[in-house]
Design a protein around this ligand. Structure first.
Ligand code: FE
Length: 139
């Protein structure tokens, strides 16, 4: 992972073999990014995406393998119990130009991945909402 900073924006490059969610989380921890948005494009060959089952209050996960364009990844940075908390969604485009998407659990870079991390100077904590079974923004 490599980056450059311009004002409140980081331009981040991830390389082949790096896992996107974990790397971006570590990056935000190291740079003390506690609130912001993340956009990204690139390629992956192995990803785990989830869909939240509102009725049963649980995520259904699906592993996708093969050649995919990340077109795009979008998400936000907040905190839970003071720790960096990423909420990322992704759309993956297959070689047949079909889309698969969902809540992003993990994705391994197959070629390159380019993220813009826009920092907001502030902090918004998440809190677990028992009714929903989700960690929602506490605002
Ligand atoms: Fe989600």
């Amino acid at each position: 992972m490599r980056y450059k900073k311009f004002g409140n924006r980081f331009i981040v490059r991830l390389d082949r073999g790096e896992e996107i969610v974990e790397t971006l989380k570590r990056f935000c921890q190291e740079k003390e990014v506690k609130l912001g948005s993340i956009t990204g494009i690139g390629a992956t060959n192995k990803a785990v995406v989830g869909l939240f089952d509102v009725k049963n209050k649980e995520y259904h996960k699906k592993e996708l393998t093969g050649a995919f364009e990340i077109a795009p990844l979008y998400g936000n940075v907040s905190t839970k119990d003071g720790e960096v908390y990423l909420h990322l969604h992704v759309n993956l485009c297959s070689s047949e130009h079909k889309s698969f998407g969902g809540h992003l659990n993990s994705a391994v870079v197959s070629a390159t991945f380019e993220a813009f991390v826009d920092v907001v100077e502030g902090e918004v904590e998440r809190v677990f909402n028992r009714e929903l079974g989700l960690n929602i923004l506490n605002i």
